[in-house]
Design a protein around this ligand. Structure first.
Ligand code: PLP
Length: 387
């Protein structure tokens, strides 16, 4: 079996499973906000986990806010910045984003648009990188109207890395709050929150091998955070509700294994490039989306125009290989994804894509196996082209 949908969700890592087996046996299980002995012990475990997360992510401990995942972190930032503004009265009422963003950003921006805010969707280049020149020009001209900038660090479909450091420089120059969606970036490449200097970043446990339903919102100035969930003032008032302490501990375990995994990046990149070359040599018709840009080590978004991506997916699945046709959330819509439309990709290419995403712990030899199976799938399916 080859699981090749790590950008969708990563299975629990071996380290996390080992940790959980022991942890479930030993306890403690108590409300970390209770002041009795078991509560304090639980709190201590969770706060140790927070300290580990802070260290690995290059943040101060108070900058780590535990959430249920990246969507919650993103929505919290929108709420924190925009709920204090009145779009009918205030000059600052524009959200700047781009067509590459995940629905967690796009749909939240659309919600605020329905509340009277403006959304400026910055153009994207054919190579899958946001058009930085256009963005800079826009921010220089309209910074007095901009309330929030939300542009990701790495795209979930193509794996293309975005110029988030340059974007941040412009945002800092004009004191514009910058939310960088680092959901796909953290865990696949090195990230240091302080060095990045972005105002807000997010992390999702289920992309890292930690438990689903966990995540971190990183806030440069945590006092800017207004809770989306008010409740009993947990997480220093930033996120109400009893914390998912077990899950938060698994976040620390998963993040802690990253420095060792980063050593595998060069070998994985070589294996991925060899895989792509091999498939292209056998089938010169294939297109690799975002090929010319810098990409995450473990993502390939590949299309054979005329062969529907879902046909390829089913063919691979009959050999126990699990891929997706775009992001998991839009897999049930057999149309060119909005990310590819933003890149100006034709439907001919867009309907043929499959996304192959591994993790830094994957055996590089997996790529050789994937090449064999993908070439076979295309050999078979090109005889009965589906569109
Ligand atoms: N942002 C990006 C780029 C993603 O890929 C995802 C998940 O696919 C999310 C946000 C949402 O993450 P979560 O499932 O943790 O809410």
């Amino acid at each position: 079996m080859i699981y090749a949908d790590y950008n969708g969700s990563a299975p629990l890592s071996r380290e996390v499973k080992d940790y959980l087996f022991k942890r479930l046996e030993k306890g403690p299980f108590a409300n970390p906000n209770a002041i009795h002995y078991l509560g304090s012990k639980t709190l201590m475990g969770m706060e140790n986990a927070r300290a580990v997360c802070a260290k690995i992510l290059g943040a101060d401990v108070p900058q780590i806010i535990f959430t249920s995942g990246a969507t919650e972190g993103i929505t919290t930032v929108f709420h924190s910045i925009l709920s204090g503004l009145n779009p009918a009265r205030d000059q600052k009422k524009t959200i700047v984003t781009c067509g590459l963003e995940h629905s967690a950003v796009i749909n939240t921006a659309a919600f605020y648009k329905s509340q009277g805010f403006n959304v400026h969707c910055n153009p994207v280049q054919e190579n899958g990188i946001v058009d930085f020149v256009a963005l800079k020009k826009y921010l220089e001209a309209y910074h007095t109207e901009v309330a929030l900038v939300a542009i990701m660090a790495a795209n979930n479909e193509t794996g293309v890395i975005q110029p988030y450091k340059e974007i941040n420089e412009v945002c800092q120059k004009y004191s514009l709050p910058y939310l960088c969606d680092t959901t796909q970036f953290i865990g696949k490449t090195e990230f240091n929150f302080k060095e990045s200097n972005v105002d807000y970043a997010v992390c999702s446990g289920h992309k890292l091998g930690a438990m689903t339903g966990t995540g971190i919102l990183l806030a440069k100035d945590p006092t800017t955070i207004k809770p989306l969930i008010i409740g009993g003032g947990q997480e220093h008032g930033h996120r109400g509700g009893t914390q998912h302490y077990l899950g938060n501990e698994t976040l620390a375990v998963a993040l802690n294994s990253l420095p060792e995994l980063f050593k595998h990046v060069p070998e994985l990149v070589r294996a991925r490039i060899a895989f792509e070359k091999k498939v292209k040599a056998a089938h010169p018709e294939v297109v690799i989306l975002g090929e010319a840009a810098e990409r995450l080590a473990t993502t390939t978004y590949i299309s054979y125009p005329g062969i529907h991506g879902q046909a390829v997916q089913i063919e691979l699945e009959s050999n126990d290989i699990f891929v997706t046709t775009s992001s998991a959330c839009s897999d049930n819509m057999p149309v060119t994804s909005k990310v590819l439309r933003a890149m100006g990709v034709s439907d001919d290419v867009g309907r043929g894509v499959v996304r192959i995403s591994l993790c830094l712990g994957s055996n590089p030899e997996t790529y050789a196996e994937l090449a064999t199976h993908l070439i076979k799938a295309y050999d078979k399916l090109k005889k009965v082209k589906s569109y």
